[in-house]
Design a protein around this ligand. Structure first.
Ligand code: G4P
Ligand code: NA
Ligand code: NA
Length: 189
């Protein structure tokens, strides 16, 4: 997505050889029109797939997942992150480490919102090592729903998260691939 590459070059900053600061585009501020365009891109890729729900994980995946769900005319479901959980028989839970935060969190989704009749499109903002994404994939699989595909705004190709998901035979599409952040430069893949 050419427009998104331009915006990344203008508004993102390289924090280190593996982390891109995206506060202006994804993590603290979003441009609603740009979000809608990303949603249209994902919706166009999955329009014929009979998607019944779009699923993401709070928080930064929500705007683009919302735009995708609006475009496909289906509900958006967002998994919650919880530090402590009351034992809830209706919750599907996976424990995942977080790359940027250096902590472990529980990702939780109520069984009510992902059922065996669902065809799910999982949307997220960034994929790095993919721990959070693999956790959500497991939750969707345990729910009995069909995971049709995964749509990611920014895939950091030099980390292996996206490929670990593709290796499971799951379709994964990203809008922009970043091959390297070495030397403070953003190199697209
Ligand atoms: P993931 O690849 O499945 O996202 O899992 P990983 O454990 O690798 O990354 C965990 C968190 O770190 C995610 O945010 C992810 O978006 C964020 N992250 C990874 N690499 C980068 C990066 O280069 N830049 C930025 N800005 N974020 C990165 P999260 O914990 O889900 O938090 P939230 O932003 O959704 O609240
Ligand atoms: Na994030
Ligand atoms: Na995220």
């Amino acid at each position: 997505m050419e427009q998104l590459k331009q915006r990344i070059l203008e508004e993102a900053t390289v924090l280190s050889s593996d982390v891109l600061k995206l506060d202006a585009l994804l993590n603290q501020q979003v441009d609603p029109q740009l979000m809608m365009k990303m949603g249209q891109e994902f919706a166009n890729l999955y329009r014929e797939e009979g998607i019944t729900r779009v699923v993401t994980v709070e928080s930064s995946g929500i705007p683009v997942a919302f735009a995708t769900a609006l475009e496909l005319g289906v509900p958006l479901v967002f998994a919650r992150r919880k530090k402590t959980l009351l034992a809830d028989p209706d919750a599907l839970v996976e424990r995942v480490p977080s790359f940027t935060k250096g902590i472990v969190t529980d990702i939780m989704l109520s069984k009510q919102f992902v059922t065996e009749n669902d065809r799910i499109l999982f949307i997220d903002d960034i994929i790095a090592n993919g721990d959070a994404a693999r956790g959500l994939v497991k939750i969707i699989q345990r729910s009995g729903a069909t995971l049709v595909g995964v749509g990611i705004v920014i895939e950091k190709c030099f980390q292996n998260g996206a490929n670990t998901i593709r290796e499971q035979g799951i379709r994964l599409d990203s809008l922009v691939k970043i091959a390297s952040l070495e030397g403070g430069n953003i190199t697209f893949g």
